[in-house]
Structures are given as C-alpha cells and as structure tokens.
Design a protein around this ligand. Sequence first.
Ligand code: FES
Length: 175
Amino acid sequence: MEHENHKEDDISLEKISSAIRSFGKDRRNLIPILQMIQQELAYIPPGAIELVALHLVIGACEVYGVATFYNQFRFNPPGKHAIKVCLGTACHVKGGEIILENFERKLGIRGGETTPDREFSIDRVACVGCCALAPVALVGENVQGHMAPSKVEGLILGFKIEKEKQEREKGQHES
Ligand code: FES
C-alpha cells in the first residue's frame, strides 16, 4: 500500500511539474502556483514544494512558510472519506471540539492529517451554513447534523464494515 502511494505521488508530481513551469519565475506567482497545485492534487505534497522552490529560485522553507501561513492549503492527501468537523460559533457552543476529539481518537490522527492507508482524513472547518443542525460534521459531501460521540463511532464502524465487505468480495472474485 505504501509503495502504491509513492507511485501515486510520483504521477501527481509529473502531472503538475509542467503546469508549474507555465508560470513566470516572479515570486508573486507563489500563491497562484500553490493554489493550482492544491486544485489539481487536493493537497500540496513535499515534492511539489521542492519543485516550486526550484522554479522560483527560492528556498523550500520559504515556500513552506508561505503555504503554512494560509489555512487554505493542506499538506496531506485527503482520505477516501474526508471528514470535516465544523468549529464555527454555533457548532463550537454545542461541543464541536468534543466531536473533533472523538474522530481524532477513533482514527488515531489529528486534524489536518490523513490515516496511513488514506482511508480517512480529518479537517477543521468554519461554519458550513447548517447551524440549526449543530454540531455538524461533513463526511465526504454528506452533512451529518446533531453529531454525538456515539454517532462518530457508528460512522467509522460503518465505513470499516463496508471496507471489510468489499475486501471479502474482492477476495472471492480473485479466488
Ligand atoms: S457553525 Fe457549524 S454549521 Fe454553522
């Protein structure tokens, strides 16, 4: 799996390297380049930071410093199930932080991270516009309202059961 992920990363870098070269070498292009990478790959891999630094002839740490300054960039690939926990005011008041902690504990990762198998990622987001359903989490495109620790548990368990089922079916197919 790890090996497959590396292969995927190489393909991703190939995909964006010519797009990076299509920008001028002016360092004012740094943010637009980072935005393009995030749009193409849904995150900014370490290799991309190096490519941008080489192109703009600046240090990789400068690129990284600028990228981390803005919340819009993520540095881990989004998981197959991208979980976004709302920490806007209404959700915060109704215990959004507790929901976030529950997801983090259940999945063994922190906000902004992705599980090593790339099944799950967790991000914090600002108000997603369904405050009446607070506390809210987005799981993929689905809004999950009135979140509670038991609901976190149920969701993760549901995905794990689904994955096991798919793997069993795949195994039966291959044998
Ligand atoms: S604050 Fe969470 S949906 Fe508005």
